[in-house]
Design a binder for this molecule. Structure first.
Ligand code: ZN
Length: 333
């Protein structure tokens, strides 16, 4: 880790304070928490061996946490654990994913929204709006407090606060065909946060192979209007209609569920992860456009240790929601 990034880090810790609830600045990739140049991010995503050393106190979970994300998801029926994590090359358990034991239904209830060019003011807007945001580490769509889209986990309601992209994919999938794990071209994360701060992330893998040359129109809209300058919001592209549920692959996919963490500092644990089994098909040119923003903004897979991945049989996607419905909740974006 370079000295310049360390000084940014310590400045950040002073500004944030290590005792603030992690959810206060999760996923926002602010300058205060990560440094202007992204050096910390590069170290964490690129060099697993460097994770352990020199991380300040507040980011210690990245290095020593036992429930970190992403992971390799083993969907073979092979009962023999994989002895070496394919990415970190360290011993890992990677047991086969199991059928769900808790019968919690999963329902995506995202509503359409329209974009605003009001920049940071979206965070207090009680209307149903969103912004295109370059966080400095990811291409992101952030929704206003007036947005009513949710993920239902059983009876628990998790409001959608933002979605963002990684290239290549963070999770890899171990299959009979890919015993060392298949990494996809990209990964989309829908980030949901309850009022009590608890997080649930729905991950969708992006596939630009298998003749999927068709352009995904929603991803294209996001690519076209997200600014290229770091830590900025869109200044054009007002009133763009966007239905996030159309970024969920159809065909009633399975969902892999496990307990994990944020994949960016501070790597806080207690995040409920749901990774959709079917990838979303996107055009190779769209992946190249995402890489033009951030060539590699994915963290390497972490050991599963004692964790189990459970397979949910269904992901319900409601697409008949009233876009004017408003539950009046207030949340950070
Ligand atoms: Zn992410």
């Amino acid at each position: 880790m370079q000295k310049s990034s360390m000084s940014f880090l310590f400045l950040g810790l002073v500004l944030i304070g290590p005792n603030l609830p992690a959810s206060a600045f999760l996923w926002e990739h602010t300058e205060e928490s990560q440094g202007h140049d992204g050096t910390l991010w590069a170290n964490i995503s690129g060099e697993p061996s460097a994770n352990a050393a020199n991380l300040p106190y507040a980011f210690a979970e990245c290095a020593i946490g036992a429930h970190q994300s992403p992971i390799a998801i083993n969907v073979t029926s092979n009962p023999t654990p994989i002895s070496v994590n394919p990415k970190t090359q360290s011993p890992d358990n990677n047991p086969p994913a199991e059928r769900e034991r808790h019968v919690n239904s999963l329902t995506v209830r995202y509503t359409p929204s329209t974009s605003t060019i009001e920049g940071p003011a979206f965070a207090t807007d009680e209307k149903n709006v969103y912004v295109f945001r370059n966080t400095g580490h990811a291409v992101q769509v952030s929704f206003s407090p007036g947005y009513s889209g949710t993920l239902l986990i059983g009876k628990d309601v998790y409001p959608l606060v933002q979605l963002h992209f990684h290239t290549p994919s963070e999770h890899i999938v171990v299959t009979d065909h890919y015993p060392a794990g298949k990494q996809f071209a990209g990964e989309l994360h829908f980030v949901h946060q309850r009022d009590d701060g608890r997080l649930a992330v729905l991950g969708v893998l992006l596939d630009d192979s298998h003749g999927s040359t068709g352009t995904n129109p929603i991803l294209q809209k996001i690519i076209d209007y997200t600014p290229h300058d770091h830590d900025t919001y869109n200044k054009t592209g007002a009133d763009q209609w966007l239905d996030p549920s159309r970024l969920i692959p159809a065909d009633d996919p399975h969902v892999y569920a496990y307990a994990g963490s944020l994949t960016t500092p501070p790597c806080s644990e207690g995040v409920s992860w749901y990774v959709v089994s079917e990838p979303l098909k996107v055009a190779p040119a769209q992946i190249k456009k995402l890489e033009a923003f951030f060539p590699a903004n994915s963290r390497v897979v972490q050991n599963t240790a004692t964790r189990t991945v459970e397979i949910h049989n269904h992901l319900h996607v409601d697409q008949d929601q009233n876009p004017n419905r408003h539950d009046g909740h207030h949340r950070r974006r």
